[in-house]
Design a protein around this ligand. Structure first.
Ligand code: HEC
Ligand code: HEC
Length: 285
């Protein structure tokens, strides 16, 4: 009988909502392995995709005119990864692009957008990275043949969560700070400057890599040059299965296999956001 008050309290707190609330670790695992797709850059790729047993162990090379960047090892290995960094140091590296030794992390790590990752999601990401199996894999330093800025901006003090109830707003958070979709899919307006003011999602950005030359698609709702005529299901199939509306396959380097792990609610929010973009006429293909 004396147990009853405890049971009552347990029932009160284990309401359906509380039962389904993710732990920070679960949230971090979800983010890193789906929308954030860190492994799409940080897990070494072989001819058949990500190398088994090498999750986040680094080594992919990004060869552009102004730089040869090498994705570092971000496993928990203490010597060759980030195992000896504190949680705060890892968080600062992701959201502000500053390593523990004070040096700046260069492109293509999407720091400008990661500055908008919420405090909760950043902590969740770090919690998950802490559980990544250490892999010893020493990666050479990147070479930048251009000046890196002194910083990506003032210190980020705090970023609140974006309410998931507002689909378009949450979709913008998914496509921006978390997924950097709009980084790949927005053309440049000047050196190092994306034209977010006029052409968000208009595509036409060129990416070179082992896949050859990829040109990003226009994902604005423009009916002739964008995805305005595609159904929601067709847009989701493109994002998660790499299949165009006309049934032809899409090419790398978009992280389709990661996005395939997104929840239906998150995919719905992404689509709602893409539909809200200003239609831009830009014939990429
Ligand atoms: C588009 C590719 C890309 C994506 C996506 C990306 N990174 Fe990076 N990241 C890089 C590159 C390249 C560097 C190294 C840049 C340099 O050498 O200055 C880097 C550097 C880092 C570093 C610094 C490590 C060190 O030893 O210097 C950390 C930590 C890191 N990334 C974590 C992450 C996490 C966590 C995610 C996902 C939330 C992520 N990155 C997503 C490309 C990427
Ligand atoms: C690393 C760069 C990159 C990132 C990040 C990226 N994409 Fe893409 N995306 C591409 C490229 C390149 C293509 C075109 C591939 C092709 O033509 O074969 C493409 C194609 C697409 C298409 C198909 C459109 C068409 O007309 O064929 C959609 C839809 C799309 N991306 C949406 C997204 C969304 C949503 C996200 C974020 C969750 C995203 N992309 C993230 C590079 C990227």
């Amino acid at each position: 009988m004396r147990l009853w008050p405890a049971v009552f309290v347990a029932v009160l707190f284990l309401s359906p909502l509380a039962l389904h609330a993710e732990t920070p670790l679960e949230r971090g695992a979800y983010l890193v392995n789906s929308i954030m797709a860190c492994g799409n850059c940080h897990t070494p790729m072989g001819p058949n995709g990500p190398l088994p047993g090498m999750d986040l162990a680094g080594g992919n090379v990004f060869e552009e005119k102004p730089f040869t960047a090498r994705a570092p090892n971000i496993t928990q290995d203490r010597e060759t990864g980030i195992g000896s960094w504190t949680d705060a140091q890892i968080a600062r590296a992701i959201r502000e692009g500053i390593r523990p030794d004070g040096t700046l992390i260069g492109p293509p790590m999407p720091i400008e957008l990661y500055r908008g990752v919420s405090d909760t999601d950043l902590a969740a990401t770090v919690a998950y990275l802490r559980t990544v199996k250490p892999v010893a894999n020493k990666i050479a330093k990147s070479e930048y043949r251009m000046p890196l800025p002194p910083a990506y901006g003032p210190p980020v003090v705090s970023v609140p969560d974006v309410p998931r109830g507002d689909k378009v707003k949450y979709g913008a958070y998914l496509a921006g700070p978390l997924g950097h979709c709009i980084e790949c899919h927005t053309p440049m307006s000047g050196p190092g400057q994306r034209d977010f003011a006029n052409s968000t999602g208009a595509g036409g950005f060129e990416l070179r890599g082992p896949w050859g030359l990829a040109i990003t698609a226009n994902i604005t709702p423009h009916r002739d040059t964008g995805i305005g005529k595609w159904s929601d299901a067709q847009v989701k199939r493109a994002i998660t299965q790499a299949i165009r509306a006309d049934g032809t396959p899409l090419n790398p380097p978009m992280g389709y296999a990661y996005y395939a792990r997104m929840t239906t609610a998150d995919l719905d929010a992404l689509v709602a956001y893409l539909r809200s973009l200003k239609p831009v006429k830009n014939a990429v293909r």
